[in-house]
Ligand binder design. Structure first.
Ligand code: HEC
Ligand code: HEC
Ligand code: HEC
Ligand code: HEC
Ligand code: HEC
Ligand code: HEC
Ligand code: HEC
Ligand code: HEC
Ligand code: HEC
Length: 382
């Protein structure tokens, strides 16, 4: 009996201590009064967006000075955030500042990075917290690998997506190319003048943008054997699509003709037998170029007649002026383009049925003759 009431007293005592503790935590935490830059601001816990926006207005001229002396504006465009994928379209309402920056961001400590670049790289970890899937696929990505190896110029989530103004898949293919072009300026300027890039700039959704060929979050080094050997299939995705190519009056024979010629056959065999050894045979981009692909009949095309020889010479150094004729191209030979080949083909298309037909006829008449002979011989014997 005494033991039982002791237990009850003990329980009441612990409950009272717990309640007091919770009351202290909930109501008695003193408001944080922080002098941050020019303003004295009082923030209740947990801080809301409007607390942050007191200082982080769009128009503030205030700067954050980093250890290396560089300055970063602390102005935040709240509207850009509200209009982003993390804004008003989210089911549970826009993300709060503290969803990304954490509740203990304020009051601020010393600036968290030594340079603007370092700041962006560390802040990109914010994205990874919620987007694990994308982060996981970065495992062997060229940019991610470069970052890990200490190349701070390589792309982070924020470089490609932005921070407060992240856009979703409605972002246009041109916007994507421009985002890559921020860093890959030479490639971008070459690409924007190519047959694909010009169409992209004009708003054509059917031409490739950077990520159609390179992928998104698992970009590989395009100089690997696997990338090279598979590249004809990359082009074939579109150039073997009859419906798509009909719109542009471009032949889809390019892929079939490529596979049936000596270069293509060996590349295709190669891919099956030794996918990790780069083929030395011509793939589409050896002849057409990569980011500077032009219309086949444009004066700057690598494959127009007057430039074709030097294109072949990259791999056939001894090739002379008539060498390109040794490859009939993507089109079946015609009387005008390749009269000799055309006539040879024609000759065979006529000759073979004639020879085979004659041979069959010969055999048949022979059989017939023998049967007749046998029949008449039999008659003689009886
Ligand atoms: C009293 C004004 C004030 C308030 C309120 C305030 N900040 Fe700041 N904030 C600053 C100043 C000034 C800096 C520059 C830092 C420095 O110079 O130490 C800064 C820097 C920052 C930075 C960059 C540095 C870092 O640590 O990443 C972020 C992010 C930030 N604030 C977010 C917030 C958020 C989120 C809130 C609301 C929870 C908030 N701030 C509330 C004034 C304020
Ligand atoms: C979706 C996540 C996200 C949300 C929501 C968010 N931020 Fe940021 N914020 C970032 C990232 C990432 C950076 C780093 C940007 C960079 O380095 O270019 C950043 C940078 C900053 C900076 C440093 C200056 C700058 O622009 O680089 C300030 C200040 C800041 N945020 C304040 C805020 C405030 C205030 C809010 C709420 C109105 C807010 N942020 C909401 C992700 C977010
Ligand atoms: C607090 C969690 C959170 C953080 C941090 C966050 N996001 Fe998001 N993000 C979401 C949610 C929720 C959605 C909408 C649902 C969805 O599509 O996944 C979204 C959507 C997106 C989308 C559009 C996806 C689609 O398919 O429509 C992109 C792109 C994106 N976020 C990029 C980023 C980047 C870049 C950062 C860092 C600057 C970041 N996110 C930080 C939660 C977050
Ligand atoms: C080299 C540029 C680049 C980098 C780095 C990058 N992304 Fe992307 N990301 C893209 C492109 C391009 C798309 C697809 C089209 C679009 O919506 O812009 C995309 C799509 C997304 C989407 C939409 C859903 C999906 O998978 O298609 C999310 C979410 C996303 N990225 C998050 C991230 C996060 C988080 C990081 C960092 C861990 C990151 N991205 C790094 C370029 C990049
Ligand atoms: C912030 C700058 C930046 C952005 C944005 C960026 N890249 Fe890169 N990228 C780099 C750097 C730096 C390297 C070199 C990495 C290395 O190999 O050390 C690189 C490497 C590459 C490579 C490997 C070939 C090479 O030269 O090393 C490819 C392919 C590539 N990027 C494609 C893209 C595509 C596609 C996009 C857009 C979706 C993009 N990049 C956006 C900086 C960037
Ligand atoms: C039609 C497919 C295709 C498109 C579109 C494309 N690339 Fe490439 N890219 C390639 C191929 C193929 C290579 C490999 C070339 C080689 O090995 O000679 C390459 C190589 C690269 C390289 C490394 C070599 C170099 O030239 O620096 C980078 C970086 C690169 N591309 C970035 C981009 C960017 C950025 C865009 C968009 C503006 C883009 N690519 C558009 C197919 C493409
Ligand atoms: C995403 C689809 C797509 C991919 C991938 C693609 N192309 Fe194209 N390509 C097109 C379209 C569409 C056009 C027509 C553009 C126009 O005429 O405005 C075109 C035009 C061309 C032309 C010009 C044809 C002419 O009119 O003479 C050549 C050459 C070409 N592509 C070669 C390639 C090569 C080589 C590759 C692979 C490295 C490739 N393309 C990958 C869609 C694609
Ligand atoms: C050995 C060099 C060579 C290779 C390899 C090659 N091409 Fe061509 N391509 C040419 C030449 C030369 C032309 C000009 C027309 C012709 O003679 O067939 C051409 C024309 C084209 C055209 C324009 C067709 C039209 O209707 O005007 C396209 C598209 C094309 N090639 C795509 C490709 C694709 C895709 C591949 C890879 C599957 C490829 N080419 C491989 C040399 C090559
Ligand atoms: C990327 C390198 C490359 C390019 C560019 C290239 N070829 Fe070839 N080509 C090869 C290789 C490798 C072989 C196989 C040689 C062998 O097996 O002896 C070959 C074989 C040939 C053959 C078979 C006869 C022989 O020499 O073995 C002909 C014909 C040929 N190429 C014509 C052309 C023509 C025409 C062009 C330009 C339109 C061209 N090639 C461009 C690499 C290339």
């Amino acid at each position: 009996m005494i033991k039982r009431s002791g237990q009850i007293l003990y329980a009441i005592f612990t409950a009272a201590i717990l309640c007091a503790g919770m009351w202290l935590l909930a109501f008695a935490t003193p408001p944080v009064v922080a002098a941050q830059g020019d303003a004295d601001v009082t923030v209740d816990h947990p801080p809301t967006d409007s607390d942050c926006l007191v200082c982080h207005t769009e128009n503030t001229s205030q700067q954050m000075t980093l250890a290396n002396g560089s300055q970063l504006s602390i102005a935040v465009e709240h509207d850009a955030l509200l209009n982003s994928v993390h804004g008003t379209t989210l089911e549970d309402g826009p993300l709060a500042c503290t969803d990304c920056h954490g509740e203990d961001i304020f009051p601020h400590d010393a600036p968290p990075a030594a340079s603007i670049r370092e700041y962006r790289i560390t802040q990109s970890n914010i994205c990874i917290d919620c987007h694990r899937e994308e982060a996981d696929s970065l495992g062997d990505d060229v940019h991610y690998t470069a970052l890990v190896e200490g190349n701070h110029r390589a792309a982070t989530c924020v470089d490609c997506h932005g921070a407060h103004d992240v856009q979703g898949p409605q972002r246009s293919d041109l916007d994507i190319a421009q985002a890559c072009g921020d860093c890959h300026q030479i490639v971008y300027s070459e690409f924007s003048q190519s047959v694909h890039g010009e169409a992209l700039t004009a708003g054509d959704p059917n031409v490739p943008t950077c990520i159609d060929c390179h992928g998104v979050h698992s970009i590989q080094h395009p100089t690997t054997a696997l990338f090279r050997n598979r590249s004809p299939e990359l082009c074939a995705d579109c150039h073997a699509d009859e419906q798509l190519m009909a719109e542009y009056d471009i032949t889809t024979n390019v892929f079939d003709s490529y596979l049936s010629d000596f270069h293509g056959t060996t590349v295709a065999l190669f891919e099956q037998e030794a996918p990790n050894v780069a083929t030395n045979k011509a793939v589409c981009y050896d002849c057409h170029g990569v980011h500077d692909i032009a219309r086949a009949d444009a004066s700057n095309s690598h494959v127009i007649r007057q430039n074709l020889l030097s294109t072949c010479q990259e791999c056939h150094p001894g090739a002379t002026a008539d060498f390109p004729d040794s490859w009939i191209g993507h089109f079946p030979p015609t009387l005008e383009t390749h009269p000799f080949l055309f006539l040879v083909n024609l000759f065979y298309t006529i000759l073979i049925p004639v020879v085979v037909g004659a041979f069959v006829l010969l055999v048949l008449t022979d059989i017939f003759r023998r049967i007749r002979q046998r029949l008449s011989g039999n008659r003689h014997r009886t």
